[in-house]
Design a protein around this ligand. Structure first.
Ligand code: NAD
Length: 278
């Protein structure tokens, strides 16, 4: 907790869809839950005018340590995790909204080490992942043998870096865009595979190289995203879940994911120097 206060102070980094949602929820519902805003940062501060009180606007992210802050929440871009994650963990707990950044093995190690050394928690929100804690338990007991995640969305909902989906037509149906390890998928679709990245972190023994993923474009999915998870354990053990997440056409993030982020934030009260799926 920040000195002299019983509230948990939250710094929000990024003021896009998720950032705005979290700022609104903290402002509206935070006080009785013991949550208050420490600061809000966005690369373009104009966007914050009239929506965030001036005293809470952080002009320069490098001066984040000037504000008393218990938990920093990144809802911005994997690049910001790379540049600031270790610094954030030297002062606060850190919830990584863009866990696809951790596909970078070096960064992954540095963040884990920073969490350990500083006794701060690196929180990974479950996002659209169902059963993440069960996967983590199976992983920790050594019984997780394989994990596969398929995300199917309308083509307008994908933001891909390569040209695997440069053209599509309404009504074309289903097309597998990429199938492979989550490590290979993260650079290709950094904004679409956060759920898979959260799964790869829960399944730490398989890791980003061992967890398999598939992204599927399907023009029939105009109202929701589908996330399928297949877990394999010993002696024929298996679990297959199918989650339908309502989403508007063109939306990268399904609507249930916003509330999922809020519920994740409520967990971030400090769990020691470790990575914690919340
Ligand atoms: N963990 C999950 O399940 C999950 C779900 C949805 C989104 N996300 C991730 O969370 C992040 C935010 O999502 P969103 O839906 O709010 O996105 P958004 O596009 O609505 O907002 C992103 C914000 O960050 C800013 N930004 C983008 N690139 C930047 C950069 N390189 N440096 C600084 N600022 C930058 C934008 O200006 C914008 O204000 C994204 O990285 C997204 O991939 C994760």
């Amino acid at each position: 907790m920040a000195a002299g206060s019983s509230s948990l102070h939250i710094g929000i980094v990024g003021f896009g869809n998720l950032g705005q949602f979290l700022v609104e929820r903290i402002t509206k519902d935070g006080a009785p839950l013991g949550l208050a805003l420490a600061f809000v940062w966005n690369r373009n501060t104009e966007k914050l005018k009239g929506l965030v009180p001036d005293e809470l606007v952080l002009g320069n992210l490098s001066s984040f340590a000037d504000r008393q802050c218990d938990v920093i929440v990144e809802v911005c871009h994997p690049r910001v995790v790379k540049e600031f994650g270790v610094h954030f963990l030297s002062r606060s707990h850190f919830m990584v909204g863009s866990p696809s950044a951790l596909a970078d093995h070096d960064l992954n190690e540095k963040l884990r080490q920073a969490a350990r050394l500083n006794g701060r928690t690196l929180y990974i929100p479950s996002g659209a992942l169902w059963g993440g804690q069960d996967i983590q338990r199976l992983n920790d007991s050594g019984a997780l043998q394989a994990l596969f995640i398929r995300m199917s969305k309308h083509p307008s909902c994908f933001r891909l870096t390569g040209d695997v989906l440069s053209e599509w037509t309404e009504g074309e149906g289903r097309r597998v865009l990429f199938s492979g390890s989550v490590a290979e998928l993260c650079p290709l679709a950094p904004n679409n595979v956060n759920t898979m990245a959260a799964a790869a972190l829960a399944a730490g023994k398989l890791g980003f190289n061992g967890v398999q993923g598939e992204i599927v474009s399907d023009t029939a999915l105009s109202d929701f995203h589908v996330v399928e998870v297949e877990v394999t354990g010993p002696g024929g053990f298996s679990v297959h879940t199918v989650r339908k997440n309502p989403a508007r056409l063109g939306a990268v993030t399904g609507s249930a994911t916003y509330n999922s982020f809020w519920n994740s934030l409520l967990v971030c009260k400090g769990h020691g120097g470790q990575v914690y799926l919340c």
